[in-house]
Write a protein that binds this ligand. Structure first.
Ligand code: MN
Length: 229
């Protein structure tokens, strides 16, 4: 065992639906603009863009049911409802027809975004890290293993804020399917066991405030619940 110079920390993890053990989180990759209607509402032509990615720290996850702290340095926080893919195995240049074999299971997550800060970053050609990868920026449900839910390719994805429907679409509206995303991303980096992939959000994004109650839903998976505190 390596002797470390400072005290170490626990590996970030997410509960597994119906199991006592947990899913260890290595890295969090997020797909940008993966639903055409959302790409259009953000001012882009969804037909011309290959997938692109950004990341969040592994310890940005917030467990389901916990309060999510409203972050500093923003007055325009947007929650993006997304299906989350949890990888059991990884690899480089994973072929399309083997991509689903890497999946351990799925969860429901929020890609919290400091939209005002992101707007400045876009205008100035700066990175998105601080608008996307801040503390507590990734609330996520327990992971449902594929032996329970099967491979998920379609189904309703929705978000309510204080009981009011904000986002409502179908997973089959993704521009890049989950296997295509795994195939493409594994051509950029070597994917590893424990990696999470946030698969993009449908249209309907808008600001939330402290005290708002959020419920995120994907057919067949646990419902995500969090209150902004
Ligand atoms: Mn997103």
């Amino acid at each position: 065992m390596t002797a470390f110079a400072i005290p170490t920390w626990e590996t970030p993890s997410i509960p597994i639906t119906g199991a006592a053990n947990a899913f260890p989180v290595r890295r969090i990759y997020c797909v940008g603009r993966n639903y055409a209607a959302h790409a259009r509402e953000m001012g882009h032509d969804p037909d011309r863009e290959p997938p692109f990615f950004f990341t969040k720290p592994a310890d940005a996850i917030v467990p389901n049911g916990a309060g999510t702290p409203y972050p500093v340095q923003t007055t325009n926080l947007h929650p993006e409802i997304e299906m989350v893919v949890a990888l059991a195995t990884g690899g480089k240049d994973i072929p399309l027809d083997q991509a689903n074999d890497c999946i351990y299971g799925y969860g429901v997550g929020l890609d919290l975004t400091r939209r005002d800060m992101q707007g400045v970053a876009k205008d100035m050609g700066r990175p998105w890290d601080m608008s996307k990868g801040f503390d507590h920026s990734a609330p996520v449900t327990s992971i449902t293993p594929i032996f329970q839910c099967g491979i998920i390719e379609s189904g309703r994805i929705s978000l309510t804020v204080n009981g009011e429907l904000r986002q409502d679409s179908d997973l089959n509206a993704m521009i890049w399917s989950v296997p295509e995303t795994i195939n493409y991303l594994s051509g950029l980096i070597e994917l590893k066991p424990g990696d999470l992939i946030f698969t993009g959000t449908p249209d309907g994004v808008a600001a939330i405030e402290r005290g708002d109650v959020l419920e995120g839903h994907v057919d067949g998976l646990e419902t995500l619940k969090t209150t902004m505190i």
